[in-house]
Write a protein that binds this ligand. Structure first.
Ligand code: 13P
Length: 249
């Protein structure tokens, strides 16, 4: 089955209004055919990006959402607000949020909240270096996925996107080798097949962790790597587009 590759940029807590305006002007109408592209900017810059995407194929996603629907949750941003801003996707369970205390149960609640609000969650999983060295990689990523999928309806699984982001590869310049990433991606697809074999075939599993324009092609050539979740390299319009190009070809 051929899965359309997805390249999602995660700006994390970076950027300014002017940078966002320049970035979207350069990227929006330059996405190559054969790839889906999405940017997840900080909340304050969503509108700037949205303003520049009109008629283009560039999608918009959130980096996080509240566990709750609208209400008395100071500082929160609900899934409904993201939809209102034009988002179609939201990153859930990024390791940078897990490291600041988000647990598997909260990640699971956020995934179902995202679906209830009409957003496609991009569920992030990944092991730390210590966990990899202890041979715990598969246990860790399986637990992270099972805690979301167990007891959930098929509606959550349908359209779910996974992102394998080894913590040791994020922002370090030490990307996983294509073989290391492929091994985990294949295992994730097999795990999902245990819930629904058909959906596992169409499931997109993105790789994230020091993806750059010069290493994207070899990662994306792997049979179970269906796109990328790009941090640092997504901030530069040219390198983001070069990664999109690598995914399209
Ligand atoms: P880097 O591409 O900067 O390593 O970040 C990856 C990431 O965390 C994307 O969500």
């Amino acid at each position: 089955m051929s899965r359309t590759p997805l390249i999602a940029g995660n700006w994390k807590m970076n950027g300014r209004r002017a940078m966002a305006a320049d970035w979207v002007a350069a990227v929006a109408n330059a996405i190559p055919i054969g790839v889906e592209a999405l940017v997840c900017p900080p909340f304050p810059y969503m509108d700037v990006i949205r303003g520049g995407t009109g008629g283009s194929r560039l999608g918009l996603g959130g980096q996080n959402l509240a566990e709750e629907a609208d209400g008395a949750y100071t500082g929160g941003v609900s899934g409904e607000m993201l939809v209102d801003l034009g988002c179609t996707h939201v990153i859930v369970g990024h390791s940078e949020r897990r490291l600041s205390g988000e647990d598997d149960q909260q990640v699971a609640r956020k995934c179902s909240r995202a679906r209830d609000a009409g957003l496609m969650p991009i569920l992030c999983v990944g092991e730390t270096l210590a966990q990899r060295e202890a041979g715990e990689t598969f246990n860790v990523v399986s637990r992270q996925i099972r805690s979301v999928l167990d007891g959930e309806s098929e509606a959550l699984l349908d359209g779910l996107i996974l992102a394998y982001e080894p913590v040791w590869a994020i922002g370090t310049g030490h990307t996983a080798s294509p073989e290391q990433a492929q091994e985990v991606h294949a295992a994730l697809r097999e795990l999902v097949a245990g819930y629904d074999a058909g959906l596992a075939e169409s499931l997109r599993v993105l790789y994230g962790g020091s993806v750059k324009a010069d290493n994207a092609a070899s990662l994306l050539a792997q049979p179970d790597i269906d796109g990328g979740l790009i941090g640092g390299a997504s901030l530069d319009a040219d390198s983001f587009l070069a990664i999109c190009q690598a995914a399209a070809s």
